[in-house]
Design a protein around this ligand. Sequence first.
Ligand code: CA2
Length: 144
Amino acid sequence: MKKIMILNGPNLNMLGTREPDIYGHQTLKDIEKMCHDKASELDYEIIFRQSNYEGQLVEWIQEAFKENYEGLVINAAAYTHTSVAIHDALKLLGCPVIEVHLSDPKTREEFRHFSYIESVAAHGFSGHGADGYILAIKKLKDLL
Ligand code: CA2
């Protein structure tokens, strides 16, 4: 079965607790369940993780490389706009990377307009809320 890693960056563990106007009412657990449901429809195995630590995200990306994952979906949250380390780790991967954001950072504050992920991603989905994760899984299905 094809393995896909879905990574979530800092503060996404707090989803559903505040700023629902920007990020929606769903919790990360709800999103994880949606992803598992879609993946089992498509016969994919999903590994879904969240960390508030940049180095942990880098280690998981390296794991995806070492263990030959077929695709990686990442919402790097605030690290999207700051992390050369995550950019470099993603560059290592031979498999397609899909960038996801619940909101559309490019229509928000200026400091969210640049993404270190964009140039290493095969595709991105922003502003679709939790559905962006499903669109990303479907996109991987098309690409693989
Ligand atoms: O829109 C997205 O998915 C973001 O990646 C979310 C990040 C933000 O820094 C990016 O610019 C865009 C922030 C995640 C924080 O999530 C929270 C959700 C609810 C309550 C508190 C934080």
